[in-house]
Design a protein around this ligand. Structure first.
Ligand SMILES: [Zn+2]
Length: 289
């Protein structure tokens, strides 16, 4: 970047103010058509704070293909530039405020997880994930964490799985708007971790069911079933009879009926996980700037 470009680079506060104005304008326009926006709003200093959110960001940051554009994208998402982020099976559609009055549209397509890979994951995780809530909270053993985050073998997409486009004029392999959207996904996984599975076009409940399929022994625990209120309380997950406007735009395919949210059979025992294990992902990926 030469000095002229640098001089034109808006300060973070200006960018945030511009993003806010663009968001208000987009919100009014969307209200007229009945379309509900789902903006990415960060509440803390970090982009993501949950296991799945951090692991998503760490995965992005592990690829050299992306390293040049990611810092700008992180800065963008923190300024509130991602005005709308919709996640459907294999697809992310977003609107991002940029330097021009008209925001840009970003589309990211992610290949479904291969059938063989998904079967392998289910087999490897069989009997090791105690419940749906533990899966979504990321309370997993070190072994399972290693399995689901293994580059190219786990749940997270690698660059070959990701196709992206942006309507901005300086679109190249990855622009800052796309990078902001990808970080926005990490932030979204903090509250809706099941969307990772939606993106890879697999049903997250099957990771629990795998233990049942293999005839695992029932778990001797007080937590016989996962109450819907627990899931809603921990993640703010929308339940069928209590829709929230901001999430109405989620595709039907991402929703799971309340019955499916409960494991069919009591899961097997396994080691309890302390929060320090989740913390190691923070060390792997720098999501603080
Ligand atoms: Zn762009």
């Amino acid at each position: 970047m030469n000095w002229k470009q640098y001089a034109r680079t808006p300060r973070v506060a200006e960018r945030a103010a511009r993003a806010r104005r663009a968001g208000e304008k987009l919100s009014k326009a969307s209200a007229k058509t009945g379309r509900l926006l789902s903006p990415v709003t960060l509440t803390g200093r970090t982009v993501a704070s949950s296991f799945w959110g951090k692991a998503w960001c760490a995965n992005l940051e592990s690829y050299r293909d992306y390293e040049n554009r990611l810092p700008r994208g992180r800065s963008y998402v923190r300024s509130g530039a991602v005005l709308d982020l919709q996640i459907a099976p294999g697809r992310i559609a977003a609107v991002v405020a940029g330097s021009r009055p008209q925001p840009y549209t970003v589309e990211v397509n992610i290949k479904p997880l291969g059938t063989t890979l998904w079967s392998d994951l289910k087999r490897q995780c069989a009997g090791e994930i105690g419940s749906l809530i533990e899966l979504l909270e990321g309370r997993l053993s070190d072994r399972v964490m290693g399995i689901v985050t293994a580059p190219g073998q786990g749940l997270f997409p690698n660059p070959a799985d990701i196709e992206m486009t942006c309507s901005c004029p300086d679109w190249a392999t990855m622009c800052k708007h796309v990078a902001a959207v990808l970080y926005g996904v990490g932030a979204r996984l903090d509250t809706q971790p099941e969307l990772l599975f939606t993106l890879r076009t697999v049903e997250h409940g099957e990771l629990i069911g795998a233990a049942v399929d293999l005839g695992a022994a029932p778990r001797k625990t007080q937590r016989k079933r996962i109450a819907e209120e627990d899931l809603a309380g921990v993640f703010g997950i929308e339940l069928a009879d209590a829709p929230q406007p901001a999430r109405k735009a989620r595709p039907a395919a991402t929703r799971t009926s309340p019955a499916k949210r409960r494991p069919a059979v009591k899961p097997t025992p396994r080691a309890r996980i302390n929060s320090a294990r989740i913390g190691k992902f923070g060390a792997r990926g720098n999501t603080k700037s």
